[in-house]
Design a protein. Structure first.
Length: 140
């Protein structure tokens, strides 16, 4: 990897803080969306099951550079389950382009899902950026 990335000690604990030491993710993402596909996206980002639950071995590693984080996950999945997950991911930039998560810590959050191009490597791929905006405590 380029730059000054360092290997993190406990990346499996990152779900507890969205920004390094600043936002309680459980409180920030505890709201609900009216659309089930969009709610599933929010839930899977928090519990690290974006591709579903692995059917076999899995490994997780994390890297940090300043306030940026990179989570790297490798896992074995059943082909049919993975195909279903990838199909769902491909539809998210359209079905969940922008939506609101209500409730949780200090009210509503605006979520945007934007498709992102990836290199033509591997069997299947889907790139997207998910941005969640709102307030946590008194800070945006």
């Amino acid at each position: 990897m380029e730059g000054n990335w360092t290997q993190a000690d406990k990346p499996q604990e990152w779900r507890d803080s969205l920004l390094v030491g600043q936002v309680d993710v459980a409180a920030f993402l505890s709201g609900k969306s009216d659309a089930s596909e969009c709610q599933q996206l929010i839930d899977s980002l928090y519990d690290e099951t974006l591709l579903g639950n692995p059917s076999g071995a899995s490994a997780l590693n994390g890297f940090e550079q300043g306030d940026s984080r990179l989570l790297y996950q490798v896992a074995a999945y059943q082909q049919a389950d993975l195909d279903k997950s990838m199909k769902s991911l491909r539809s998210l930039p359209d079905t969940c382009d922008q939506f609101t998560v209500t409730g949780g810590d200090n009210g509503d959050r605006t979520v945007q899902v934007v498709e992102m191009a990836l290199p033509e490597e591997g069997d299947a791929r889907q790139g997207m950026t998910v941005t969640v905006k709102g307030e946590s405590g008194v800070s945006p």
